[in-house]
Design a protein around this ligand. Structure first.
Ligand SMILES: [Zn+2]
Length: 352
């Protein structure tokens, strides 16, 4: 069977006709298999949603109880028979509950990896290599210039700054799902044991991580704190909040931003980021190319990001490769910002 007879890009996203489902559809569909909870992949309004328990819980937190007609929890490794195909979910190492979805029909297996990273992350299961015939890879950081380095070293920079400026508050911009909790966990691993403060938009999802057994130490809402008492402290906030009037409640804040984009100095300067921290939940160039090679796939489909460079690299390695014409992904920045604004309002931080 030809791979394109199993999975095909369509207007709603990646469609599997033989199985009667879509993966991470961008429009409402009858049956959706969802890789992870970020808002560009997990959208409300589908008939049936199949995902890991964590992804379903995150959708519930974000969109409310009625985000889908029905839901089905899929455990990592569990085989789901759908029409003529079998689907299995495998850890993607991206955020808590994130999954690659392997679709197998007869003797052909395609892995749709969603967003993934091969770097260590104490807040989620590590990326699992799934041998396959066709590997669908993201390309968010699909240029050789993107090498993320060790996230633990970036966190050390933050702690050094906190020690150097005890009279100032440190405000760390981080996406509210995944990045914020990873930064907190890395701070704890580095020995930082003071309370960590949370913007209202961070509270629900961060407490959910803790509920699922991720140790994050003492967390406090920043809401209601006296300005002077925030000197020498660390607060996590959505990126959009760190350039807002909201920051006036902090004493002379040092603004940090944890993102793979912080490798680009101009981008950090543009955003008024004083302390850029290169911490990404996506694979960097080395991670993407190493993973592609390790899957053993002879054919690579590249989506959301810098497709061209990665397609070119695959071809130089003798792999069949093509960009997938999918729209609506990789705008996690904007999507997360909008979702964070919603959550902040619900958490009573309308001034966020
Ligand atoms: Zn994502």
């Amino acid at each position: 069977m030809r791979p394109q007879d199993i999975l095909m890009p369509g207007p709603a996203g990646l469609a599997c006709k033989a199985g009667g489902f879509h993966i991470d559809p961008v429009r409402p569909v009858e049956r959706a298999l969802i890789t992870h909870g970020h808002s560009d992949h997990a959208r409300p309004g589908h008939g049936a949603v199949l995902a890991t328990r964590e992804t379903l819980d995150m959708m519930r937190l974000r969109y409310g109880e009625n985000f889908a007609g029905s839901t089905q929890v899929v455990a990592y490794g569990e085989e789901i028979r759908l029409g003529d195909v079998t689907a299995t979910f495998h850890p993607a190492g991206h955020v808590l509950g994130s999954a690659q979805i392997a679709v197998t029909c007869k003797d052909t297996r395609i892995v749709a990896s969603g967003d993934y990273k091969d770097a260590r992350d104490p807040t989620c299961a590590p990326f699992e290599l799934v041998p396959c015939d066709v590997f669908i890879t993201e390309a968010t950081f699909g240029l050789p210039v993107f090498r993320h380095g060790d996230a633990a070293d970036e966190v050390k920079k933050l702690l050094t700054s906190v020690r150097l400026f005890p009279e100032r508050a440190h405000l760390v911009g981080a996406y509210s799902l995944g990045k914020a909790q990873r930064v907190i966990a890395l701070l704890r691993e580095a020995g930082y044991d003071a309370p960590i403060y949370l913007h209202g938009a961070m509270e629900a999802i961060t407490y959910y991580y803790r509920e699922r057994g991720i140790p994050l130490g003492e967390l406090k809402p920043v809401r209601g704190m006296k300005k002077a008492d925030l000197a020498g402290t660390i607060t996590l906030a959505p990126p959009s909040a760190t350039s807002d009037v909201w920051t006036r409640r902090f004493p002379d804040p040092v603004t940090a931003f944890a993102s793979g984009w912080m490798r680009v100095r101009a981008r950090a300067r543009q955003g008024g980021v004083e302390l850029p921290l290169v911490i990404s939940d996506h694979a960097d160039w080395d991670g993407l190319t190493a993973t592609i090679a390790a899957t053993g796939a002879g054919e690579i489909w590249v989506t959301h990001g810098q497709e061209d460079a990665l397609v070119h690299w695959c071809k130089t390695k003798g792999l069949a490769a093509r960009p997938l014409d999918l729209v609506g992904y990789g705008d996690e920045d904007e999507g997360e910002a909008a979702a964070s604004a919603d959550e902040a309002q619900r958490a009573g931080e309308a001034d966020a």
